[in-house]
Ligand binder design. Sequence first.
Ligand SMILES: Cc1ncc(COP(=O)(O)O)c(C=O)c1O
Length: 388
Amino acid sequence: MTKETIYYVDRLGTDSLKWDGQKGVFGEEGLLPLWVADMDFRVPQSVLDAEKEYLETGVFGYYRPGIGYYRAFQAWEKEQHGYEVQREWIRFAPGVVPAINWLVQMFTKPQDAVMALTPVYYPFLHAVRDNGRKLACCELKNEAGRYGVDMEAFEMAIVQNAVKCFILSSPHNPVGRVWSKAELKAMLDVCKAHGVLVISDEIHQDLTFDGHKHIPSALAGDYDDMLITLTAASKTFNLAGCQNAFAVIPDAGLRAVYEGFTARMHIEGGNPFGYIAVEAAYRHGLSWLEEVRDIIWGNYCFVKDAFAAALPGVCISPLEGTYLMWADFGQYLEQEEMAEFFQKKCRLAVDYGAWFEGNALTHARFNLATSRENVEKAVAAIVANLKG
Ligand SMILES: Cc1ncc(COP(=O)(O)O)c(C=O)c1O
């Protein structure tokens, strides 16, 4: 495999949400953005080439993906994760978050309880609340920064709330865990025993580090009739703007419900640019991904070492998966000081722990998929302002 050069792109002024869209959330622009989970790296050359070829046709009419799109996804799942996804199980979604919202609407009723492990990627919480469902949270166990599932609390939360649906983040955003097969099996077995549908969001599946290996929930046991897996090439290859995601639904009954719902909304397919990017990335993007993973891991090690030397009280969760570093500043900051510190003093846009629910009010989440220079600037600002 030939090495691919990774190019950092200065995205300021490109209508990027992360760089140019801070005002809505932070009330101002001009912060160094380590929030929104996309990368500041140019996509693989193969993706650009495929898009250029399509652009040259000069016609952007109605589009239908060829079989190559599905085959590229199937080959990727099989080769990278050992999951043999059958063609008929695959359905389109214009994003994993829209799919989560749809699934909540399809498979639960108003006031039904839907569970998540907190702290968690906050659109899970919004998907439950915004659809008029009851949120049941099961707090993850935090052992010196490494998180785990308290299986007794997990089952109790399901039983006490009569949970109908569980939304799992695997790997888990924001705590960075890559769940082991035993952990997945324990959670899915309890869900199965209590008739709980599991939505397994595996969008970060390809971003694992330090020997950790993602296990698809579908391979942890026999869960085909109660499991829907959502994934995408968008985090892996920095294609989030293309709005192209996969719902993998092995069960024909569940699939029929999905099809009925998407047919009623007439959203059964996406735009050509998404399909073309995804197919090219899965076919030819592996060496790019390997380079990017090295950059992210290097950034993580840099931050860890810098904080260990200058601010040893910052508790950084081990980065097993995702490119999002989760750190607790509770030894230095009160929860009321978080926004003032990061935004006003350090001039950084980060995701605050409070957004993720659970016991995380002095945490912050940092996106490491950027240049070392940006990471160094961020660390320098934090160290200077905490020590100074
Ligand atoms: C766990 C998780 N799910 C879903 C998404 C977003 O998915 P999409 O852009 O496909 O809606 C993200 C983005 O950060 C994420 O971290």
